[in-house]
Write a protein that binds this ligand. Structure first.
Ligand code: ATP
Ligand code: MG
Length: 329
């Protein structure tokens, strides 16, 4: 089987963007690939975190992976901090990555602007750690949203550079981007992506929002002063709502546009809100159920960390040998 790797940060509560852009695709791909789905807590501390909060969020995120439909028997669900190979490989890859390459990363520029009081070296080398995450498992595919494309490209460049020097060490990964839902926009500013670290809670639908909150946020979603429900770049708010609606219902844009022909924005927003609320309800119910079963989740965390460590160590030893570190006796 081919190998798939992906992960999410435990920086906040997952949004509909994370769900439609990544998690929902993970579930459909999990039969076809040998899958590693990581809670990337090493990445999370590039931004200041409250320790107790981070621990709680990381556990909730892993639980949510299962609630969204990932079978923990078939998929390796684990914490990045439980597999030291991530950090060890990241160090080595740091020495094969140029400052100039990292300087071009748009996520760094965005986050440095947002967190001007804490522009740390970890934030700058974030893409190298991400490259290590992916290459550690010799991953063939990486399902991500469009915002992570640039990081995937640098991963491929680093892997290629390493292979050119040392021979075929790393598999060169391919991105997997869903046909729809790959870039869900903020409900308050449809020119910005929906993000779980956005300060305004009305910008994002959180996976744990109750139906009333979901519908209220959609009703308040920023659109435009027009009336027509059409899919065009000139109406980013309406376009975003159509994207959300179509990704969930699996209808085509044409079908959706026809369905809402002649209807007002109010009615349209309500319909999208109800569709999202209905879709998330079973995930929320499973999450509540699973959260009560401490022993079950603990077991998964332990077993899967062992499994991930086993595969990670194989690549790591090979890389260490290639760069000239002494053999272990
Ligand atoms: P943060 O603001 O803390 O970076 P985030 O919402 O960007 O949070 P990440 O943990 O960085 O979430 O990304 C997890 C996954 O979700 C990645 O695959 C990313 O591409 C995807 N993703 C993030 N935001 C969106 C979005 N608005 N639309 C579609 N996919 C998204
Ligand atoms: Mg992000």
């Amino acid at each position: 089987k081919k190998v798939l790797f992906s992960g999410m940060q435990a920086t906040g509560t997952l949004t509909l963007g994370n769900y439609l852009g990544a998690l929902k695709n993970w579930v459909t791909l999990s039969d076809e690939y040998e899958c590693f789905y990581c809670v990337v807590d090493l990445h999370s501390i590039t931004i200041r975190q409250d320790p107790a909060e981070l621990r709680k969020r990381a556990r909730n995120l892993l639980t949510l992976y299962i609630a969204a439909g990932l079978d923990p028997e078939k998929n390796c669900l684990y914490y990045q901090s439980h597999v030291s190979g991530h950090a060890e490989l990241a160090w080595i890859l740091n020495c094969f990555t140029y400052m100039g390459e990292l300087n071009r990363m748009t996520q760094f520029k965005d986050k440095a602007q947002k967190h001007a009081d804490n522009i740390n070296a970890g934030l700058f080398t974030y893409p190298v750690l991400m490259a290590a995450d992916i290459l550690l498992f010799q991953s063939d595919v990486v399902p991500v949203g469009i915002d992570q494309m640039q990081h995937l490209e640098i991963t491929r460049d680093i892997a290629q550079r390493f292979n050119n020097i040392y021979g075929d060490v790393f598999t060169i990964p391919e991105p997997y981007i869903g046909k729809t839902g790959a870039k869900i926009m903020s409900l308050q500013d449809p020119t910005k992506k929906m993000s779980k670290s956005d300060e305004n809670p009305n910008s994002s639908i959180y996976l744990m929002d109750d139906p009333d909150a979901i519908i209220r946020k959609f009703k308040r979603a920023v659109t435009d002063s027009g009336k027509e429900i059409i899919y065009t770049e000139e109406k980013p708010g309406i376009k975003n709502l159509l994207d959300i609606y179509c990704t969930i219902t699996q209808k085509t844009v044409d079908e959706a546009v026809k369905e809402f022909d002649g209807k007002g924005y109010g009615e349209f927003k309500l319909a999208v809100g109800e569709t999202v609320a209905d879709h998330l309800r079973p995930v929320q119910e499973r999450f509540a159920q699973l959260s009560k079963d401490k022993a079950f989740i603990d077991g998964i965390i332990k077993e899967n960390a062992e499994k991930a460590n086993y595969f990670a160590t194989k690549t790591l030893r090979k890389v260490q040998r290639k760069v000239g570190f002494p053999d272990r006796i």
